[in-house]
Design a protein around this ligand. Structure first.
Ligand code: G3P
Ligand code: CA
Length: 377
């Protein structure tokens, strides 16, 4: 079997997989698909079971999983090929066995880096294996799996296909339960040769996006059903060209509701986001005035109005602030000095030791800190 696959893959790679169409398809939906980027990684440590569970609870259509492989051949969920950024370990993943990786803390870094979303339960989270993720969610979840650094690992594609087979994900791939993505074209072509009906996405860096023409998309469409570009690099023409060739477009990583609205209008059918509820926050508002606190510049918007940027406001730095669940965040290009938020939903609790006034109150933001003050305060 292995020998047969080897011959087939080698033939396909040499021949450039010259089949004119791919058999794989993605199911059509009536809404923009939300791919939980590294799980609900805006709220919980990326690529951990906590992050995936939260993504499930928040109703993500897919969880995105970055795959690396251990020294002893286990597929694990981790973005970087080294342990340094998101665990208390050090060095390349491929130099460590699964048993060694399981000793590491993959959650505490998040609490330190994102105190407004920190939780005690994140301390000591472990790196999950893909098998553990499948065990946990089975067929109740859809998976968007990225082959990270496949060139560093032996037979990563074989290992993945065998696991997908074991968990019944290859029985009917037309349901789109599993999509595999990669920046690495060779890895995608290997997967295509092994399982042509498995939906594949060619990820593109900003540099690749810039160079992409209809011809590029034609080549990609020989093995993939979608392209995954960096959203900041694409425009309407890029999307039109890809759509004309029959590719779907799944941009990463979009946390800005205004950008989502624009991309959807252009024909994007799914987005990777760190904040699954980005298009449906509890409260929004915002505004900012650098340096000076001037209430006349502040305005409250209901959830339904979020897609309209307030034209009468001269926004400096911050474009918007979204208050989700028990945290908040803002997006902008400059530094924030003051933000005043009129609280419109008293049922939402704040990440503070004090209880906010249930009547509309104000929250004063100072850079990344805030305090609640009574109305007019
Ligand atoms: O899969 C889309 C996106 O995740 C690619 O970028 O670096 O977050 O894995 P990255
Ligand atoms: Ca990824």
């Amino acid at each position: 079997m292995r020998f047969f696959l080897f011959v087939l893959v080698t033939f396909c790679l040499l021949a450039g997989c010259s089949s004119s169409t791919t058999k794989a398809t993605l199911p059509t939906t009536d809404h923009l698909l939300i791919f939980a980027h590294r799980g609900a990684s805006g709220y919980a440590p990326e690529n951990t079971m906590a992050s995936y569970r939260l993504a499930y609870e928040l109703g993500a259509d897919y969880i995105e999983i970055d795959l690396q492989m251990t020294k002893d051949g286990h597929l694990v969920a981790l973005h970087d090929d080294s342990l340094d950024r998101t665990t208390n370990g050090k060095g390349k993943v491929f130099l460590h066995t699964l048993e060694e990786l399981k000793q590491l803390d993959a959650g505490s870094w998040f609490n330190e880096q994102f105190p407004s979303f920190a939780k005690l339960e994140y301390e000591g989270l472990t790196i999950p294996t893909l098998r553990e993720i499948f065990e946990e969610f089975g067929h109740d979840m859809n998976y968007y799996i990225e082959m990270k650094n496949p060139q560093q690992y032996n037979n990563m594609e074989d290992t993945l296909i065998l696991l997908l087979e074991e968990y019944g994900f290859l029985d009917d791939v037309s349901d789109g339960k599993v999509i595999i993505s990669s920046f690495n074209e060779r890895s995608l072509r290997i997967l295509y040769a092994m399982e042509p009906s498995l939906p594949l996405t060619k990820l593109q860096s900003p540099y690749e996006v810039k160079k992409s023409t209809k011809n590029t998309f034609k080549k990609i469409s020989k093995y993939a059903v979608a392209v995954g570009p960096s959203y900041k690099s694409i425009n309407e023409e890029y999307i039109k060209n890809a759509l004309d060739i029959g590719l779907q477009i799944h941009p990463y990583t979009v946390d800005d509701p205004f950008a989502i609205e624009q991309l959807e209008k252009w024909g994007v059918t799914g987005i990777f986001t760190n904040f699954i509820d980005v298009s449906n926050p509890d409260v929004y508002i915002m505004l900012n005035q650098e340096g000076k606190f001037d209430e006349t510049l502040f305005q409250t918007f209901s959830a339904a109005q979020i897609t309209k940027k307030p034209p009468q406001l001269n926004l400096v730095g911050v474009n918007f602030i979204l208050i989700h669940r028990d945290g908040f965040r803002y997006t902008g290009t400059g530094s924030v000095f003051h933000l005043l938020v009129h609280w419109t939903r008293p049922s939402v609790s704040l990440p503070t030791s004090g209880t906010p006034d249930p009547s509309p109150c104000c929250i004063l933001f100072n850079s990344d800190r805030f305090s609640v003050s009574p109305p007019g305060g």
